[in-house]
Design a protein around this ligand. Structure first.
Ligand code: SF4
Length: 307
């Protein structure tokens, strides 16, 4: 085992594999509604990064609704993944109703809420705490879109909050007993391999429980993609070899108990401009496994170098 994969973690913790069911609860985002900005993060698609998400307003869902063609998955083996936009950016009453409905649904083992660290005010934290106590047999995970620790990149991608806000949010979530999954992006414009490894090392220092590592996609429905279409030569799109090299170094830096929920994504095929090699997810994963073997790496083997 070269890294602690989500599948492996599920087997250890739950004794079975769980499957995320991506939901779109029709939120918006302070980076889109004008509270911070109107344009959104530079890389974000028009659907708030929820391309494959199922519309959800608290209704009872069935397997047929989940678009996964996973008829063989039994009740209780799905995770309600609130994916599109910022899923704590609504009134506490609506959030309570939505999350309560999903947690009460026997289809779901728990819920995973994707949000921004500047969007969990105290009233929302209280909603989460109440629900955690109400459903002791289920879990509530919080997914935070950090992407990078570097302020210059943060400004360029228009993330809209400083690193301290992320650090403080992780601390508050931990104090209240919530596990955190942090999203980071590999390949952001201007970032070197060392910059990306510094982000991975920061995740060790805040003790995030899980990580989702994303390759930077250029899609025609994001502002980044539009800039790319105007001047593709101004951007360095990672090659598969570069991505695999950086990803394996990140895995070596991340503490061995951090769960790698995701290492390569499914860019929206219809909108994807580059890198096109990313469409072959299986080949990327095979290359990562092969490179870990060639380098003699396992997860965390270089963590001490980055303390
Ligand atoms: S990535 Fe998240 S925070 Fe950024 S614009 Fe999209 S929905 Fe908003």
């Amino acid at each position: 085992m070269y890294w602690l994969s989500f599948a492996e973690y599920c087997r250890e913790r739950f004794g079975r594999r769980l499957y995320r069911a991506a939901l779109d609860a029709h939120m918006t985002c302070p980076n889109r509604d004008g509270r911070i900005s109107y344009g959104g993060c530079l890389f974000c698609s028009g659907s708030g990064s929820g391309e494959f998400a199922v519309s959800y307003n608290g209704q009872k869902l069935t397997r047929d609704d989940l678009l996964y063609n996973r008829q063989e998955v039994p009740d209780g083996d799905f995770i309600a993944y609130f994916q599109a936009y910022t899923n704590t950016y609504d009134s506490p009453d609506r959030l309570f109703r939505l999350f309560d409905s999903a947690l009460a649904d026997p289809l779901f083992a728990g819920i995973s809420i994707a949000t921004r660290p500047d969007c969990i005010p105290e009233e929302v934290m209280q909603v989460l705490i109440t629900l955690k106590e109400r459903y002791p047999g289920k879990f509530i995970w919080i997914e935070l879109g950090l992407q990078t620790v570097h302020e210059r990149t943060t400004r360029m991608i228009r993330r809209g909050y400083p690193l301290e806000v992320y650090d403080g949010c992780v601390k508050r979530l931990h104090e209240n007993g919530f596990e955190v999954i942090t999203h980071m992006i590999i390949g952001l414009p201007g970032e070197t391999k060392e910059d990306i490894l510094a982000t991975a090392a920061h995740l060790n220092s805040v003790r995030t429980e899980g990580v989702k590592m994303h390759l930077l996609y250029y899609t025609d429905d994001s502002d980044l993609g539009k800039l790319y279409m105007q001047a593709p030569d101004d951007f360095h799109v990672l090659t598969k070899e570069e991505y695999v090299d950086i990803l394996t170094e990140c895995i070596a830096v991340l503490d061995p108990d951090i769960v790698l929920h995701r290492m390569t994504g499914d860019g929206d095929g219809e909108h994807l401009l580059a890198p096109l090699w990313s469409k072959d997810k299986r080949s990327v994963l095979n290359a990562v496994r092969h490179m870990m073997k060639v380098k003699g790496y396992v997860q965390g083997c270089r963590a001490n170098e980055y303390i």
